[in-house]
Design a binder for this molecule. Structure first.
Ligand SMILES: [Fe+2]
Length: 261
């Protein structure tokens, strides 16, 4: 039943945006390249987030006991699907939003017609953040990053443990709903921070942190309350055991390539 409802959700979103998705790909190919380190946050990604809700890359119970199956199911089929539905409604209603990458829309909210700016910020942001969040976790996750990202983290924070403490503090200290992030900032350095609600670091001029997201943690209560109740710190601590560093490493490689032109 769980698989069925997920399949229906995915089938609907795929069918609805078959055309829009093709346009988005064309838009990506036509997007102007922006060179230079200072423009890192604006460089078009080689792995753009789809406008559709892609299937969850694992079963609802795959991250047990860190993330319980019920939380995962509600989070994916209700919360994330809700953001996608509202985003799609805006895309249907406003032609000027079609054929553009989600990263472009979120990075240039001022270019979104005012009547659609808030829905793009909240629901476009919500879709983007969650689409990546599922990929930032894996049943085979945990451990520490390797390669260039692992080295960059050690350079910036001295050790992986110090990095974890700083990231966990950012997640714990975000008041209310929001996200903790590791980004490659516009100066080409790794940076930790947090954003409110469904804001993300692509939203220049809007969010509390600017850069290309490499890793993000959802600290909305809907992400953990069923299992951890008010103990956000326990959720954050446990989450490290399911972090998919392969995804973060791939995003870092992509972002540094884009920053170097
Ligand atoms: Fe969430």
């Amino acid at each position: 039943m769980k698989q069925l409802s997920q399949a229906v959700t995915n089938a609907l979103s795929r069918r609805e945006f078959l055309v829009a998705g093709s346009s988005a790909m064309l838009g990506m190919l036509a997007a102007p390249r922006v060179f230079g380190r200072a423009a890192a946050a604006a460089a078009p990604p080689s792995m753009p987030v789809s406008m559709s809700q892609e299937p969850l890359p694992y079963a609802f119970d795959a991250l047990e006991p860190i993330i319980d199956a019920k939380t995962m199911e509600i989070h994916f089929t209700r919360h994330h699907a809700g953001y996608v539905n509202n985003l799609h409604r805006a895309l249907r209603e406003e032609a000027s939003l079609q054929g553009r990458l989600l990263e472009d829309l979120l990075g240039n909210l001022a270019s979104v017609p005012e009547a659609f700016r808030t829905v793009m910020r909240n629901h476009g942001g919500g879709h983007y953040n969650h689409a990546l969040f599922w990929e930032w976790m894996s049943p085979n996750g945990g451990g520490a990053p390797e390669g260039a990202l692992g080295e960059a983290i050690e350079r910036e924070w001295g050790s992986f443990t110090s990095f974890q403490e700083a990231f966990s503090n950012a997640a714990a200290s975000r008041f209310g709903s929001g996200w903790a992030w590791l980004v490659l900032n516009p100066e080409g350095r790794l940076e930790i921070g947090s954003t409110a609600n469904q804001d993300n670091p692509l939203m220049r001029g809007v969010a509390d942190l600017v850069g290309t997201p490499l890793l993000g943690l959802d600290v909305w209560e809907h992400a953990y309350y069923l299992k951890y109740q008010n103990r956000r710190g326990d959720y954050v601590q446990a989450w490290w055991d399911v972090v998919n560093w392969d995804k973060a490493e791939a995003l870092y490689a992509d972002a540094t390539r884009a920053a170097q032109g």
